[in-house]
Design a protein around this ligand. Structure first.
Ligand SMILES: Cc1cc2nc3c(=O)[nH]c(=O)nc-3n(C[C@H](O)[C@H](O)[C@H](O)COP(=O)(O)OP(=O)(O)OC[C@H]3O[C@@H](n4cnc5c(N)ncnc54)[C@H](O)[C@@H]3O)c2cc1C
Length: 431
């Protein structure tokens, strides 16, 4: 029995995304015998499309700022982000021959900006480290001996036994990349609870189809979006760039706000709207004065053409329509009151939204395996022996900027080291 056990892999990783690859790399670095199961025919499909295929690997933010950019249980990750930080991650990539560079907002990319190439290099590293990779191997059922997790059965009914198991199967967004929520089902078998799964980093759907049709494709920089729910309560706000689409709005500021929109929708609050402040850096009184003086200086100019001096034409047309004035009217023929109203509208353009796009279209899953049931220092299950978790399958999620990838790398690395250590202690116990 003891001999048989010694031939087992020390660590079995389920899922070959960034979390699973780093878990396997760390475990083998710690001297463990590692097996990695991936349901696709290749590793890291989602990782290959991050950062628009350029591979936004991490962010240079300080630990404090890093945690601020993780609205989904950021503080829970304090320990793993300290023990395997963004700097550790960059050093590791450098050691593999993947130098990185910093771009705006602290985002870190590989110098060659090819996420697919980084996946290939990681795979080569795993192979040269002796990791045994099985493709088209979809873990469907955990194997237990009492409370001890001892392996997994795959969809093709094969069984893979191991001293420890790491679930790194990702979330439930972009299922075409392989993350179809299998990890939640596996975790439930060990008694874990799964918090509600919602779309994070998703575009928002706008109720007024005419706005979408008129503004589709228009990008507007530096806008303030304020989310208002029924009763006029301000829930949250974000400043940044947006883009209008055929169904609503997208872009960095929208994506950041989408998590709160999803939570409101899940709480049954379907009456949400946004107030768009198109010129957040100018106060309303100042803007009204500016519009008035423009009108005084250019009295022959039509109202529409006057507004076009400040905004893209299509947006100016929306203002004219909402103000219910004739855009052809001369600016000199209007009174102060109109400019006050215009300034108010430019600072508070109301847009009714029907919610975020579905989870399948979100960049990240909000919710997942309940963090209280996972030891934050080791990523070990508190419910089953020998079981570990890494990456998006856990109830953690961050804003855009490389934070989600770093969560996968840090939790993966620590889960790998912890599982290897545990497997080592199991061997010692058998002797
Ligand atoms: C379009 C897009 C762009 C993104 N851009 C960025 C970005 O720029 N920066 C950033 O930080 N984050 C970005 N993200 C988020 C980031 O990609 C994820 O948070 C990260 O990939 C999560 O890593 P993971 O290893 O936990 O899961 P995944 O990357 O989803 O990997 C899970 C792996 O497990 C495999 N698997 C699933 N179930 C099983 C099973 N039962 N058996 C075996 N294998 C299984 C899957 O096939 C997959 O290979 C982006 C996401 C998307 C969708």
């Amino acid at each position: 029995m003891g001999g048989q056990k010694r031939n087992l892999p020390d660590v079995l990783v389920i899922g070959g995304g960034p979390a699973g690859m780093f878990a396997a790399a760390a475990a083998s670095f710690a001297g463990a015998k590692v097996m990695l199961l991936e349901k696709n025919e290749r590793l890291g499909r989602k990782m290959s499309i991050t950062g628009g295929g350029r591979g936004n690997l991490t962010n240079t933010a300080s630990l404090h700022d890093f945690i601020k950019n993780i609205p989904g249980n950021g503080k829970y990750l304090f320990s793993v982000l300290t023990r395997f930080s963004n700097n550790d991650c960059m050093k590791f990539f450098k050691s593999l021959g993947v130098p990185t560079k910093q771009k705006e907002y602290g985002r870190v990319f590989p110098v060659r900006e090819q996420a697919g190439e980084v996946v290939k290099i990681l795979k080569e590293h795993l192979l040269t480290s002796g990791v045994n990779i099985h493709y088209l191997a979809r873990g469907t059922e955990l194997l237990f001996s009492g409370c001890q997790c001892q392996g997994v059965r795959t969809a093709d009914t094969r069984t893979y036994h191991s001293k420890t198991v790491i679930i790194a199967t990702g979330g439930a967004s972009y299922p075409q990349t392989g993350s179809t929520g299998d990890g939640y089902r596996l975790a439930r078998q060990a008694g874990h609870r799964i918090t509600p799964l919602l779309p994070g980093l998703a575009p928002l759907c706008v109720a007024d189809q005419q706005i979408c049709r008129q503004l589709m494709g228009l990008s507007v920089t530096n806008i303030m979006l304020t989310l208002i729910t029924s009763g006029g309560k301000k829930v949250d706000s974000e400043q940044g760039d947006i883009i209008f689409t055929h169904f609503g709005i997208s872009g960095p500021a929208t994506l950041r706000l989408s998590r709160v929109v999803s939570e409101q929708t899940a709480a049954g609050n379907n009456n949400q709207h946004l107030l768009l402040d198109i010129l957040p850096d100018m106060d309303e009184g100042h803007l009204a004065g500016k519009l008035l003086s423009m009108a005084i200086n250019q009295p022959q100019k039509s109202l529409l053409n006057l507004l076009k001096q400040l905004f893209p034409g299509r947006l100016a047309a929306i203002f004219i329509k909402t103000l219910q004035v004739d855009g052809r009217k001369r600016s000199g023929e209007t009174g102060k009151e109109l400019w006050r109203e215009a300034a108010r509208l430019i600072k508070h353009l109301p847009v009714t939204i029907t919610g975020a796009r579905p989870l399948a279209e979100a960049m990240v899953t909000v919710g997942g395996i309940e963090t209280r049931e996972i030891d934050p220092r080791t990523m070990a299950s508190r419910l089953a022996g020998g079981l570990y978790f890494a990456g998006e399958v856990i109830d953690v999620d961050a804003f855009t900027g490389g934070f989600n990838m770093q969560i996968a790398f840090s939790t993966g690395w620590i889960a790998g080291l912890s599982a290897a250590e545990k497997a080592g202690s199991l061997i010692a116990n058998l002797e």
